[in-house]
Ligand binder design. Sequence first.
Ligand code: ZN
Length: 335
Amino acid sequence: MKNLDQIKGQQAVVRHLENALSDGKISQAYLITGEEGMGKKTIARAFAAALLCEDRKQGSYLSCGRCRSCHQIETDNHPDLKVIAHEKPQIISVDEIRSQVVSDVDIRPYQNGRKVYIIPDAQLMNEQAQNALLKTLEEPPDYAVIILLSTNENMMLSTIRSRCIRLPLSPLPEETIKEALRTDYHIPDYRADQIVRFARGNLGKSVEMAQEDDFLNDLHKAGEMMSQVVRRPSYEWSEYIELLTEDKSRYDFYLGLFIDYYRDILLLKAGGDPRRLMFFDEEDTIREEAGGYGFPGLLECEQALFLAQKRLKENVKPELVFFELFQALSDNYER
Ligand SMILES: [Zn+2]
């Protein structure tokens, strides 16, 4: 388990929590926002651990890591730390909020005078659930601290938001992510350099990319598709189009990779440093493509890629969008 001083980046949020702890001025409701992978849960748990630690020094914001309470948090069975669970993946129901928060909060803490509730994915609470929670947020018992974690602040009722101290997380600088990948996750330098370009400031995502083969597979697949589309006749594109359209949640992801691929072509075309390539394994193919396109053609391709993105957002049939995109990419390729 991490202490607050081990959180990478997010200085504004971490400092706020540290000050609250060392001054003993704890609010009863916090709303931590940021996309998946940015560290909402890690920060909330570090804060909870410090709040519940039985051996925290006066004026300190660090949990001791050794007391009974710290051990219980480490092993996920602290009686005064409640992490709200939900059965359906896409919704937190009013019953779940009632049983796990509203009626639980009146039971006094067992150990150290505080009780902490963490609600992950708080944006999944439907309106009823939020309204039920609101009553507790309006008059919480003084020992209760409620920490809401949300990927989307706008899905929270304004009445909930206004009761919470709001702590928005921000994307991390590339250097911070690289450093964390190297020191905490022992990812070799060259891999950290490659991954950080795709992570867009999200440490959790970077770690996931570094540890799973999936991302590298996807990257490879996207690169292969792009290189084959311009080399094969259009009647052979259907297998790619099928692959692209079988999972709606992945269109944007792939299209994003295609855009990166064409940036790579442009990079080599312009004589840029191949170490900056996102598709690091495909330098030879990309170099060949850079030779097969003229600059005007590449600009056309870029426009076609952005047009495709726009049309997918407008719900144009994806089969059509990808086919027309491939056509534009292929038509501009001179070989
Ligand atoms: Zn402790």
